[in-house]
Ligand binder design. Sequence first.
Ligand code: ATP
Ligand code: MG
Length: 224
Amino acid sequence: MTTIPGPRPGEDWNHMTVIGRGANRVCVVDRRDTRQCLKFMLPASQRTRVGLRQRMQRWRATRKPARDENHAELRAWLQLSARLPAEDLKDHLATVLGIFRTIYGQALCCERVTLADGAAAPSLYALLFDQPQYPAPMLCAAVTEFEQWLLRHRIPLFDLNAGNLLVLPHGDGVRLVCVDAKSVVSGKELVPLSRWFNVLARRKIRRRAQRLRERIRAALPASS
Ligand SMILES: Nc1ncnc2c1ncn2[C@@H]1O[C@H](COP(=O)(O)OP(=O)(O)OP(=O)(O)O)[C@@H](O)[C@H]1O
Ligand SMILES: [Mg+2]
């Protein structure tokens, strides 16, 4: 995730502070309101390498911006917020506020997920590979709670990768908040069977959650 060129957390990006970056986008603090963040598409040279199908998707997005990752995340958010209670959604998914045109290009504006004191919340990825802080069983329990929430509400969020989940203290343990729901509306499959059949969707969510728990145990073996 951090071996490719491009902005890193804490660095300056077009006069805005970087919170994080993924395969496609950089997320910076919104200077108009620091409780918000802005996500910008990264230039092709700074994106991670992906397979042919995703390269095609990226190429189509350059020709038609409504197909890009920001629009996908906005569509996912609109879909979910139309059918789930606001408070329940807020506890599990970062709130999307809209897409804005800025001098640096279009940006998706979201509420920032932070710790109680306003500091950046660590991603699960950071807690596994950069700055371990919690034992594996505690993180695995949070994955299970998140998995149950997805299953309860039939949410086809398949991209359960550690960079998409931020970790917040909660009672005696922790809870996960997803900051990237675009997989609810866009996937890598040519024929998205698991989106059409609930039984396949449930199986896929369980598989992805299990894989994530295995990654956690592998990264933090001493504590599992
Ligand atoms: N709402 C938010 N609040 C706080 N931090 C955020 C938020 N959204 C994104 N981030 C930070 O930015 C990073 C990358 O965001 P995001 O997953 O949306 O980018 P991406 O390029 O779409 O990712 P992917 O690699 O999954 O395609 C996250 O790991 C997180 O550190
Ligand atoms: Mg992501």
